[in-house]
Design a protein around this ligand. Structure first.
Ligand code: NDP
Length: 497
């Protein structure tokens, strides 16, 4: 401890004032305190108010030192005044200009659905052609038709019978239908990609990945969105702080959130769709079943030009004949073991049709690993325990590892888990003139410092989550993050240092 650290309260207050708000006091040449016989006292004089000087001064002040920082021009040095910050903001302008002039040139600068969807479909067509060509080049025969597994080792497609020692079920999933009267009036995410234009208003039913992504995207295309969410928050499986910040951002964008709702019926009314729902009191966890104080059901409704149900996806099993063969399945899909074997010998299953996570990279990794194992070298198994994931809303979410709640549950006691959370408005958003929030949260083991989860809200979040997943797999600790050099100016640097 320095002498100053043991100093008086007044000194500490003075030091913290210096650290919070450096006073700029001009010292004219040839004057100052020379001749008064009294010198200014400090523990630390820093010459240069750039990145280095400010950092040193602030850190010293935070330790109780009295600090004088000398700068001949504006505080902030090259980075703030002639470097990183203005450069990066101009970079946003230049990049956005290029992107926007490419995308919006047909529409005179408006975000226009019919224009966007044409370009989306062009990319889909390019991918179809590319997949077909690659399969052909690999010597894979592609048959078009509905397949039924008629016996282990035998598949029928139309009039043809195919035989193979191994059969792989990789039929994926489809949007779950809304199980209420009139549920068929609701569109699904499949339909959205066929829309040539957007409805003026939309009720989104659900609070998971797809509901959030669609609400966020469509509201940007001018759709007035109401969300009916069954839970007391969005994105139940994501970290609560991130979900809360996202809910605030969506609300600020004009999306109306109705939480604790239970959709009861959909009806057509004068060209619109009316969605009726019960709403439980906030905090009641739906426990009162949406009843008022007298026990009467409280029913509400919201009308819109269209409704979209995004309430989960269910496995595509119809017509496959698997039940007749006794292939076991649970509520969410086919049961498989670690080697993706179903309960029937010779029949494997991977991807969305199984009970595992419904994520493209997971399905791809499963497919490659299984093919290696069955037909080639035994490849190294991907780590399916650490799966980074993203929600492409605005701001976007990227995360990997345990949420704070899951970590506490696994540890047994809250004090065993530490968190570090930063909330800020990014430079990108400052340049855009908005106050869209960014949040970065690290969940770690309070004793060992091992990082258990990283949860990010920012448009760069998915990119960061992908890279930080490697660190998590390798057992990164909070101290590693704190001592890793930051890359400035980025959003990711807020995770470090
Ligand atoms: P999710 O499982 O993410 O969310 C389903 C939501 O619908 C939950 O809020 C759920 O509430 C609610 N729900 C379920 N049944 C009803 C009902 N009867 N009435 C009202 N609400 C209901 O499913 P999604 O459809 O959003 O997405 C399916 C899967 O697709 C995801 O799990 C994900 O794996 C994948 N996906 C991944 C994306 C990505 O990686 N960016 C993007 C899109 C999809 P409750 O919690 O109460 O059950």
């Amino acid at each position: 401890m320095t002498k100053r650290q043991a100093g008086s309260d007044n000194e500490r207050k003075r030091a913290s004032k210096v650290s919070a708000e450096p006073r700029m006091e001009r010292v004219p040449r040839g004057r100052g305190n020379a001749g008064t016989g009294r010198a200014r006292q400090a523990d630390f004089v820093v010459i240069g108010g750039g990145s280095a000087g400010v950092a040193a001064a602030m850190r010293a002040a935070s330790h109780g030192a009295s600090v004088i920082l000398v700068e001949r021009e504006q505080i902030g040095g090259t980075c703030v005044n002639r470097g990183c910050i203005p450069k990066k903001m101009l970079h946003y302008g230049a990049t956005w200009a290029a992107i926007l002039s490419g995308c919006l040139s047909h529409t005179g600068g408006r975000e226009d659905w019919s224009d966007a969807i044409v370009r989306v479909k062009a990319e889909m067509a390019r991918l179809h052609a590319s997949y077909t060509q690659r399969l052909q080049e690999a010597g894979v025969l592609v048959l078009r038709g509905e397949a039924t597994v008629t016996a282990p080792g035998e598949v029928r497609v139309g009039g043809e019978t195919l035989q193979a020692r191994r059969i792989l079920i990789a039929t994926g999933s489809q949007p779950a239908p809304l199980p209420v009267p009139g549920g068929e009036l609701a569109s699904t995410s499949d339909d959205v990609f066929e829309w040539n234009g957007v409805p003026a208003s939309l009720v989104v039913i659900g609070g998971g990945y797809i509901a959030v992504e669609m609400a966020s995207i469509l509201s940007r295309y001018g759709v007035k969105v109401d969300m009916l969410v069954r839970e007391s928050r969005l994105l139940e499986n994501f970290d609560a702080d991130i979900a809360q910040a996202l809910a605030e951002a969506l609300t600020a964008k004009g999306v109306r959130l109705h939480l604790n709702t239970d959709v009861t019926v959909l009806d057509q009314a004068n060209g619109a769709i009316e969605v009726c729902y019960r709403q439980a009191e906030a905090g009641s966890e739906g426990g009162n079943g949406g009843k008022d104080a007298k026990g009467k059901e409280r029913t509400h409704s919201v009308r819109a030009q269209a409704a979209l149900a995004a309430i989960g996806r269910e496995p595509n099993l119809d017509g496959l004949g698997l039940e007749a063969l006794g292939v076991a399945h649970g509520q969410r899909g086919l049961r498989v073991d670690r080697q993706f074997r179903t309960s029937v010998r010779g029949i494997h299953a991977i991807g969305d049709v199984t009970e595992g996570p419904q994520l493209t990279p997971v399905a791809t990794a499963q497919g490659r690993w299984l093919a290696d194992r069955l037909f080639g070298r035994r490849g190294e198994r991907a780590d399916f325990d650490v799966i980074p994931t993203a929600v492409f809303c605005e701001p976007a979410i990227g995360c990997v590892g345990l949420t704070e709640a899951a970590a506490i549950e696994a540890a047994g006691k809250p004090e065993r888990i530490g968190t570090r959370i930063k909330r800020f408005v990014s430079l990108e958003n400052r340049f855009a003139g908005n106050t869209m929030p960014s949040v970065m949260k690290v969940v770690y083991n309070a004793r060992s410092g091992r990082v258990l989860g990283v949860h990010l809200l920012d448009n760069a979040a998915p990119e960061i989550a992908q890279s930080i997943a490697v660190a998590l797999r390798l057992g990164v600790r909070l101290s590693h993050l704190e001592t890793t050099m930051q890359l400035h100016p980025t959003v990711a640097e807020e995770l470090f240092g």
